[in-house]
Write a protein that binds this ligand. Structure first.
Ligand code: PEP
Ligand code: MG
Length: 630
């Protein structure tokens, strides 16, 4: 590194400065990649094909590949004369009607078989079918460009995808596949092609370029072992539905379909985002043993589902689930979630091309509250903007620093975003009449924003009163602590709210100045940085003084390694991916509060993240088996 630094600063001796700085950059990049690789829990494999993708749904599976071939449909392109345009328009409208009827049939089948699971995704696809951006644009192209319906539709779909492409956030960018699925369905109907169902044998590892929500939601019924796709990320539908049904899945492998043949043996390690094609016997044996061990631990841990998360000396904490879509609620309850500590409502804005109405918010939130049957549901108001702009947004602004830009509560309080905010608040308030519901504001920077957001809530309550709509007048209002600015005045903020929830994903990003989606600096993303621990303790203490409960809902809360120190720092509620609840609970139940406090106090005396990690790992390793902490 010293040599590289010299080269960069002083022109690097005989080499041209430009070349040297490029070399330095490359070295920095490969260093960060090396660190990433060292951190990953994968094992070296010889003579096999290991492939890394996004860890979409945890669990280990070993099975034979079932390759699903959903080849891109060939689009016939033809210019048409003036008389033919109306025939093309009529064909297009008929194809939409047929697509709608097909989706309705799938939806009804699913509802009859398994309740409302996945219903909303299919419903969103139905809404997309009739969206003006799809329908009017395609008809306009047929008429103005004098082209056939298939060609006009393909152009429309490409344009909509282009808008999604401009969005940097994975979660939002993946909505491109929704418009693809909808476009392909209309195309097939225009061409009179049938899309046959995917029917893999039980225990198959399904390998596909991408899977439609319809495909994915049917697959778990075939008892498949795992899902593996070229496309997608952690928030693609395949990933979400796989997590909801606890099917191990790795997505975003880019070209896995080009190296896997039907019947190939495949190992899928969903937690590590690893797929091994044609593994050797020793690798299979290793993973079989791991799978057996994990299954046994999982079973044993689930036994604590109905027991409280209470330490040996009687200190009680609450363990809740983070949820993105309603389909995840069953899994949350099965893992013993005491409620939902973070419901990310962004998904509602992404599965359609226009913004959800008050009534859609109401119906959606009401169904969540009813399914939770008395357990609390914490709805975070939309965390949109910056790099998270839904297709329906009139203002697709490109910002130099999206993470620091016009986003989240800033949009909600802006004149353009306020109507959407009020719409959502009214919907949530109405749902509060059906069961315990909390409203949480994201990305808050200080007291003025909180007061403004609360005034909006009051305005909505007034309107609902005037309309005679019922709601819970004492609905709890809280904020996410995601910025140092609000954390450092937690004592002044506490009297303004009913609860705090620390969002470590962003808090770490803003405190340590590390872009959370930039893999080159991810090695610096340290939850155990002393600055982060000090902030957590400070917020927990301010909350306790003002009797404001303090939760954590960032990823840090769901890592069993951190469970003890977080309890020791004074957090009362931890909200996490539901599958982590049993293991975190087992750590809490096997410890004393005094031990947790001692660990936290000791950690706060250390100056570097590595020293703290060594302390925490050392302590936890002595107390818990390796498999629990993995
Ligand atoms: C967080 O920032 O910790 C958080 C939970 O919010 P999100 O990950 O949705 O930004
Ligand atoms: Mg956040």
């Amino acid at each position: 590194m010293a040599e590289q630094r010299g080269g960069c600063g002083e022109g690097g001796g005989t080499e041209k400065p430009e070349a040297t700085s490029l070399k330095t950059l490359a070295a920095v990049a490969s260093e960060s990649q090396r660190r990433m690789r060292t951190d990953s829990s994968t094992m070296p494999i010889v003579g096999e094909i290991p492939k890394h993708g996004a860890a979409a749904s945890p669990g280990i599976a070993i099975g034979r590949a079932y390759v699903v071939d959903r080849r891109k449909i060939k689009v016939p392109k033809r210019h048409v004369n003036a008389e033919e345009t109306e025939i093309e328009v009529a064909r297009f409208r008929a194809a939409i009607a047929e697509s709608d009827a097909q989706l309705e049939r799938i939806k009804n089948k699913l509802v009859a078989r398994e309740g409302e699971d996945h219903f909303h995704i299919l419903e969103a696809h139905q809404l997309m079918l009739h969206d003006e951006h799809v329908v009017d644009e395609t008809i306009r192209r047929i008429r103005e460009d004098h082209i056939n319906a298939e060609w006009a539709l393909r152009r429309t779909v490409e344009q909509i995808k282009h808008i999604f492409d401009a969005i940097q956030d994975d979660y939002f960018r993946e909505r491109r596949s929704d418009i693809d699925f909808v476009g392909d369905r209309i195309l097939r109907n225009l061409l009179g092609e049938e899309e046959g169902p995917v029917t893999p044998p039980p225990d198959a590892v399904v390998v596909a370029h991408d899977l439609s929500p319809g495909d994915t939601s049917q697959l778990h019924r075939h008892a498949v072992a795992a899902l593996v796709t070229d496309a997608g990320g952690k928030t693609s539908h395949t990933a979400i539905i796989a997590r909801a049904h606890e099917i191990p899945a790795v997505v975003g492998l880019e070209d896995v379909t080009s190296v896997v043949g039907n019947g190939d043996l495949i190992i899928v390690d969903g937690g590590a985002g690893l797929v091994i094609v044609n593994p050797e016997a020793a690798t299979v044996a290793h993973y079989r043993a791991r799978a057996r061990r994990e299954a046994a631990i999982g079973e044993a841990l689930l036994a604590n589902r109905d027991l409280p998360a209470e330490t040996i000396d009687g200190h009680r904490v609450s363990l809740l689930a983070n949820v993105d879509v309603v389909e995840e609620l069953d899994g949350a309850k099965q893992h013993g979630a005491e409620g939902v500590g973070l419901f990310r409502t962004e998904f509602l804005y992404l599965t359609k091309l226009d913004v959800p109405t008050e009534d859609e918010h109401y119906q959606y939130a009401r169904s969540v509250v009813e399914q939770l049957a008395g357990r609390v549901a914490t709805f975070r108001t939309f965390d949109l903007g910056g790099d998270k702009v839904p297709a329906a947004s009139p203002a697709l602004v490109r910002e130099a620093n999206p993470a620091l830009g016009l986003r989240s509560i800033r949009i909600s309080l802006s004149s353009a975003g306020r109507p959407l905010f009020l719409q959502q608040l009214r919907g949530l308030l109405r749902a509060s009449a059906h069961g315990p519901l909390r409203i949480m504001f994201p990305m808050v920077s200080g007291v003025a924003e909180i007061r403004e957001a609360k005034a909006a809530v009051e305005e909505c309550k007034e309107e609902l009163r005037a309309r005679g709509e019922p709601f819970d007048p004492a609905v709890k209002i809280g904020i996410m602590i995601e910025m140092p600015s609000v954390a450092l005045i937690a004592d002044m903020v506490a009297p303004e709210v009913d609860f705090f929830s620390i969002g470590t994903n962003d808090l770490i990003q803003y405190t340590l100045a590390i872009d959370r989606v930039n893999e080159h600096v991810s090695y610096l993303y340290k939850p155990l940085h002393p600055a982060i621990l000090r902030i957590i303790r400070y917020v927990a203490e301010a909350g306790r003084e003002h009797r404001v409960p303090v939760a954590m809902c960032g990823e840090m809360a769901g890592d069993p390694l951190f469970a003890l120190i977080l309890v020791g720092l004074g957090l009362e509620e931890l909200s996490m991916n539901a599958v982590a609840i049993p293991v975190v609970k087992s750590v809490v139940r096997a410890s004393t509060f005094e031990e947790a406090q001692r660990l936290a106090d000791q950690a706060l005396t250390l100056a570097t993240p590595d020293e703290i990690e060594e302390l925490v790992r050392g302590h936890m390793a002595k107390r818990f088996p390796e498999d629990v902490l993995k």
